[in-house]
Design a protein around this ligand. Structure first.
Ligand SMILES: Cc1ncc(COP(=O)(O)O)c(C=O)c1O
Length: 407
């Protein structure tokens, strides 16, 4: 055991609650991960204090200024950046719409924008639509369905060239759990003078993010995927946040990162974001918060690999179940896309729900993925995180076995 799982679970109020009288195997949750008690407390405390918009001479406004600064510094520790490189917004999708419009400003028909077929649509459609607005071309990097759904190296080579302005690529697929090897994409993009926008929404709760080591120009994530509230985050290199032009209101600040944030932020959520990072850091040890996060993510990733191993071994033994995605725990997150022969994905999800197991069916907005896999009804997605146990994995495997057997 790499950390105390009982202590971890006791920190999540929703994990100990049963729903409709059933024991619930909370996987990655109905709309993200479960929220940690310290996050709920921090958000409640902020709401009780009152808060206010930024820039006033009174203490409530100064309180909000501090909450924003603390959230920036916490997320900077999570991603390995400087606080001034962290932009907050409603969610990853809204931020990506805003960033893609700004990044593609001024492109023309000779430029191209590269997206992938492995990405969630939040990192595809905004780029297609932004490219359409300026008349730029769009190219797709394909993935290899029979090789763990990893990005196709030949397609990376073919798509990115001297006319590429930006490459939007996922760090991990929210559908198949595939962890992307980003370095060939980033190296080729930078070699051609293109920017890289990484979607790390699915990756961040499972693996350590280090934006400097990656050399990503932008990286997006969402705190509700790592035990916090619904707030979107974009990291951007300082030089780019300063140089590019956001679509913004005239009286709003024109210094980075504030110039990229539209309207009033959810200060209570930002208090929760900081608490969520502190929770993650509490799972590791080290001298400062970043080192504790590095240690914590290594521990949780190692633990999650055990969960993946248990699931992969379990489903391999079941006749009629097909796994789509990597078959090695080290190549993936513990999120699995499966097909149960003769049982439509929606039916499987409903049967698991009746057994108190919450999973998704369909495309979960990984729209290109399901088209590429020729799965019009999508697949069943089963996702674990570090607060799940091997017993829960076994419970899910048993339930799947029952469904596959037509029970
Ligand atoms: C990989 C991935 N990217 C993007 C998103 C969209 O994030 P948000 O809900 O913050 O807009 C999700 C949401 O599930 C996701 O899994």
């Amino acid at each position: 055991m790499t950390f105390d799982i009982d202590a971890v679970r006791s920190g999540f109020p929703a994990l100990s609650r049963s729903q409709d009288g059933q024991t619930v195997a909370h996987l990655d949750g109905p709309g993200g991960t479960q929220v940690h008690a310290s996050v709920i407390a921090a958000m409640g405390a902020m709401l009780e204090r009152g808060g206010s918009n930024l820039g006033g001479p009174f203490s409530a406004s100064q309180d909000s200024v501090e909450v924003v600064a603390e959230a920036r510094s916490a997320v900077a520790d999570l991603l390995g950046s400087d606080p001034g490189e962290i932009v907050f917004g409603q969610n990853m999708t809204s931020l990506t719409y805003a960033m893609s419009r700004a990044i593609t400003r001024g492109l023309s028909s000779t430029d191209n924008v590269v997206v992938t077929r492995l990405d969630h649509d939040a990192n595809v459609a905004p780029w297609i639509q932004a490219a359409e607005t300026v008349g730029a071309q769009v190219r797709f990097i394909d993935f290899l369905p029979d090789a763990g759904c990893r990005l196709d190296p030949e397609s990376i080579e073919a798509s990115i060239d001297a006319n590429t302005a930006v490459v939007a690529v996922t760090a991990a697929s929210n559908a198949t759990g595939t962890v992307t090897d980003l370095s060939p994409v980033i190296t080729r993009a930078h070699g051609n003078g293109a920017l890289v926008y990484v979607d790390a929404v699915h990756f961040t709760p499972h693996r350590l993010v280090d934006v400097r080591a990656l050399d990503a120009d932008f990286l997006a994530c969402s705190s509700y995927k790592w035990f916090g509230p619904h707030t979107g985050i974009v990291y951007g290199k300082t030089e780019l946040l300063d140089r590019l032009h956001p679509f913004k209101l005239r009286p709003s600040p024109d210094t980075s990162p504030d110039r990229w944030e539209t309207g009033t932020q959810s200060f209570e959520s930002l208090a929760g974001v900081r608490a969520a990072v502190d929770y993650l850091a509490s799972l590791g040890s080290g001298e400062d918060r970043r080192s504790r996060i590095v240690d914590a993510m290594h521990r949780t990733s190692a633990y999650e690999e055990q969960l993946s191993r248990a699931f992969l071994d379990g489903v391999e033994a079941i006749d009629g179940i097909t796994l789509v995605g990597p078959d090695r725990p080290t190549d993936r997150t513990p999120t699995f896309a499966v097909d149960v022969r003769n049982h439509p994905p929606a039916e499987v999800a409903a049967k698991l729900a009746a057994a108190g197991i919450f999973v998704w069916s369909g495309d979960y907005y990984a729209w290109e993925v399901m088209r590429r896999l020729e799965r019009p009804d999508g697949l069943v997605r089963i996702g674990f995180v570090h607060y799940n146990t091997v017993e829960e994995v076994d419970q899910v495997v048993n339930a799947l076995q029952h469904v596959a057997a037509g029970a």
